[in-house]
Every structure is written in C-alpha cells, then in structure tokens.
Design a protein around this ligand. Structure first.
Ligand code: SF4
Ligand code: SF4
Ligand code: SF4
Length: 209
C-alpha cells in the first residue's frame, strides 16, 4: 500500500482531538510515525483500548495495552473559561489546535463548546488559571473527529500562510510573541504577580508524583 494512503487510513482511526498526548504534534504526525517509523500503536489516551484495537486490526499487529505514560483514557471533557478572571492575553487561542476559543487581545475570551475537543492544551498556558476542564456529558464520535480534523487543518493552513515554516514552529513562534505582548500591556506589579503565579504553578506541578 502507498505510504500516504496507509497514513490516511491510520489517521482515520485516530480521534483527532489533536491533544499531543501521544508525543506527536497531532494525530496525523502520530499516524505518520506509526506508518513509517514503527511507532507503537498504544500511545493515544483519547482513543483508549477501542482505538488500539482498531489500529491493531488495520495493521494486522497484536493489540497492546494503552501506554499510560501518555495518559489515562478519560470521559470527554470540555474547556470552560471563567470570563470574570480572563485578562485577554490570547495565550489559550494560540494553544488551541482547532480554533475553539474566541476573543481579542485584552478582551474576555470564551470557548465554543461545539468545537472543543477536550484536548486541555489551553489550560497550562493560562497565566491566571481561569480555564477549567468539565465533563462534556456526551461521547466523542467519529463524526466529531472528522469535523475536528477539518478545524485543525484550517488552522494549520492559516498558520502556514502567516508563517511559512512548519506548523509546530509557527505555533511556537506565535506562542512566544504572546508573553511579550502581555508583558507590554500590564504594569510592573501585575507582571511580577503573573510571573510569581506561573512559578508557583510550575513548582506545584513538579511536586506532583
Ligand atoms: S488524539 Fe491526541 S494522543 Fe491521540 S493521536 Fe491524536 S494527538 Fe495523539
Ligand atoms: S478550547 Fe482548550 S480544550 Fe478545547 S480544543 Fe481548544 S485547547 Fe483544547
Ligand atoms: S489564557 Fe486565560 S487569561 Fe489568557 S485569554 Fe485565555 S482564558 Fe483569558
């Protein structure tokens, strides 16, 4: 089978949350690694055991248990922004792989629930911890995966127009710009507080087992 169509078929089985928990920059890069580098088929927590079974059947390879070093399989969650605390820094918009967050610089941001894949990539960058993941009360479906792939591809096309370098580098470039603009828009005390809070969160994360 041509390698591109094998990547397509593997990608079609993956959940398309674009969460990067597999260690790759989205579902398609993981699909490419499985197809070309013999990457393990058990690195996708959102897909869970059912996803691993589907990959094993597609590739005629033994089923493996989920590699929990990548994360646990969990019910679908959605991001919710506490709009009263949002400072409009735009960091979450830049982190979201499917353009599920709307807002503008220094204005309140909000999540479009129908677009959110529950990837939680917006949570860590928020400097004021005002994004929570809450149970979605619905299940992730193949139809939602198809739509999420389209949203991710639209975003990648937009980023590649703005930055002709690879999308991951473009995302990093955009992400690196934000702290500068945030810092420019906040007074010294506010800046110091944001840095102190970020350090405290980083220390707390490091202390977790
Ligand atoms: S859903 Fe997340 S872990 Fe699974 S393949 Fe896509 S990016 Fe990787
Ligand atoms: S809003 Fe947050 S959790 Fe939802 S898709 Fe975007 S980055 Fe992921
Ligand atoms: S990262 Fe947090 S503070 Fe910044 S815009 Fe998003 S929700 Fe608001």
């Amino acid at each position: 089978m041509p390698i591109k169509s094998l990547i397509d078929r593997i990608d079609a089985v993956l959940p398309q949350t674009q969460c990067t928990k597999c260690g790759y920059d989205g579902c398609r890069p993981y699909a490419a690694a499985i197809a070309t580098d013999h990457e393990a088929i058990n690195r996708c927590p959102p897909g869970g055991q059912a996803g691993i079974q589907a990959l094993a059947a597609l590739l005629h390879t033994p089923e493996l248990a989920l590699d929990t070093r990548c994360g646990e399989h969990q019910p679908l969650m959605l991001a919710v922004i506490d709009e009263t605390h949002c400072i409009g820094c735009t960091l979450c918009i830049q982190a979201c792989p499917v353009d599920a967050i709307v807002g503008a610089n220094k204005l309140m941001h909000t999540v479009i629930p129908d677009r959110c894949t529950g990837c939680d990539l917006c949570v860590a960058p928020c400097p004021v911890d005002c994004i929570a993941m809450v149970p979605a009360k619905t299940e992730w479906t193949p139809d939602l995966a198809i739509v999420a792939r389209q949203h991710h591809q639209q975003r990648q096309r937009r980023l590649s127009t703005l930055h002709p370098e690879p999308s991951s580098l473009a995302a990093r470039t955009l992400a690196n710009k934000a702290p500068l603009s945030v810092a420019a828009n906040i007074d010294t005390a506010g800046r110091q507080q944001i840095i102190a809070d970020a350090l405290a969160r980083a220390r707390a994360r490091r202390q977790k087992p």
